[in-house]
Design a binder for this molecule. Structure first.
Ligand SMILES: [Zn+2]
Length: 123
């Protein structure tokens, strides 16, 4: 008894004949699919990079002396997105600063944010 599951091309949805592990009907459809995936990843990376650079610009502007305390709402109003950062650093006192390149921030409990430039960390 034949009990073959019908398979369809990921790109064009046409039925696939032949090997059962095939996801695409042709090299063309495979290429179209992976180009599309690349494009989506590239767009995502561009959006994230743009936001991190924007965050850095906002933090640097509000932190001219390398060490500041700013109301959280002021950063939000300026367009800072707290989701995006490049890395974290933990100070000796155990505060975890999130960095956007050279500008780090730490959200305090009182709705203020400490901003610290990278070169102020080793103090
Ligand atoms: Zn196809």
């Amino acid at each position: 008894m034949l009990n073959k599951q019908r398979r369809f091309c990921t790109t064009c949805k046409e039925e696939i004949h032949g090997r059962s592990d095939k996801r695409f009907c042709s090299d063309y459809c495979r290429a179209v699919h992976y180009n599309q995936v690349d494009t989506e990843v590239t767009l995502l990376m561009r959006r994230v990079n743009y936001q991190i650079r924007k965050n850095r610009r906002i933090l640097a502007r509000m932190n001219p002396k390398g060490k500041s305390k700013v109301a959280r709402v002021k950063l939000l109003e300026a367009g800072l997105n707290f989701q995006y950062h490049t890395h974290t650093c933990t100070t000796r006192s155990g505060q975890v600063f999130r960095f956007c390149y050279d500008q780090g921030y730490y959200e305090m409990r009182n709705n203020y944010v400490k901003i610290l430039a990278q070169n102020q960390l080793t103090e």
